[in-house]
Design a protein around this ligand. Sequence first.
Ligand code: GDP
Length: 515
Amino acid sequence: EIGIEGEADAVETLKTRAPVVTIMGHVDHGKTSLLDALRGTSVVSGESGGITQHIGAYQVTTKKGDVITFLDTPGHEAFSEMRARGANVTDIVILVVAADDGLMPQTIEAINHTKAAGVPMIVAINKVDKPDANPQKVRERLLSEEIVVEDMGGDVQDVEVSALKKTGLDELIEKILLQAELMELTANPDRAAEGNVIEAQLDRGRGAVATVLVRKGTLKVGDTFVIGAESGKVRALINDKGQQVKSAGPSTPVEILGLSGVPMAGDQMTVVENEARAREVAAYRQEQITRKRTASVPTNFENMFSALSTKVIEYPVVIRGDVQGSVEAIVSALNRISTDEIKVRILSSGVGAITESDVTLASASRAPLIGFNVRPNAKARPLAIREKISLRYYDVIYDLLEEVRNEMAGQLAPERIETIVGRAEVLQVFPAGKKDKAAGLLVMEGIIRKGLNARLTRDDVIVSKTVIHSLRRFKDDVSEVRAGMECGAVLQDTNDIKAGDTLELFEVEERVRTL
Ligand code: GDP
């Protein structure tokens, strides 16, 4: 495997970077208006009277000089699609809720997507200028989604704003900066750049262009890069004010010219030493893409890694059912399957046909999507196929639970069962090659067999572990020797061994776990 991205930077190279913010919420609650209003608060604007360029993201600079990056595509679909492509670029989510309308279906979806991503949230209660605005009702209603804002004694920041009248914006910016400070967001600016595509298109005059959000390092004109499976050389960089720039550091969105083709949102950009290397990396990625396409069921990679540690493994799942009663029954039954080692994490559950939001959520979290007596709607169906999510339909709760239980058990590391089969005393030791040792042994109990695992103990303390490489009795190779007999053995990878040591022989069986 080519070790291309993701190597960690030394702590002393890290510098504070701007937070990257995504705005989510129900349609018409004011996401676009808020993005525009926030943009207007920046003290640094473009030349020629502040004409701005829409490149998919922009930066706001406060009077004190703090910088915040806003992604220009609001909504949880774009957010989770990026996440599904491995691009967790958002540091903070702003949940916009219209104070006159309250929590609506897409507000709940946005909450679920944000929670699934583990990204902190700030609630912006918008349209407080309206006569029928009721911000307090919004705060109370959020409680039932397990979001406790500061006013209600919780730790989720909230702020009343009006995107129309431009009130509360400074306070919102303060809260973003406070949240960012708590998160200690850093990156090393002095290295080859890495980033992710925010948006890309084929421009009639300029060819393929992509906006990249630089995550670490500094991207410069002339850099050779790989984006997704495309490679190229940076011909020009254009910032969110429409200005040509020479370089772009961490958390900066910048439009790149000089691409060979149009990449996809979320694609990884990496700067490499030279074009040969770029081609190598691009070819490697192309191969990865083809491999991913041929794999039918998505694997829960995060869990595969966490299985190696002692951390609780999470089994994320999205649930849709035909009636409230069955959804509740499924949710509570799934919660009961959880053990200390593995827990079901319900990312979202609801009544009705499977929606696009369910599919992107499942895809982004690599979670199975369970439909109980329901099917996807017309928009969700093609998306489910495209995203290759694991979609399962059930009409019997028992079958659903059985399958989930088996899958969860499959994610646990197998149980190791050890059986001691014999004990031998070391009588004499001889050298045998560079790493191994040969030993004269007396079998005291049980049996010694070629290929067995052994622990070498001295005064009841384990000094090393080894494997019986070969066995000899007199001049013959044998496969096993029983108690009461002497034999010679070659012990693999053994240094510390002395006459008088005891060899404990054991077998290991790995048994699949059940829940
Ligand atoms: P989006 O669909 O979430 O992006 O919502 P928009 O930003 O397009 O806003 C939807 C409508 O609400 C528009 O007609 C806006 O003018 C209006 N709107 C947005 N913010 C406010 C606000 O703070 N107060 C009032 N009164 N109207 C607002």
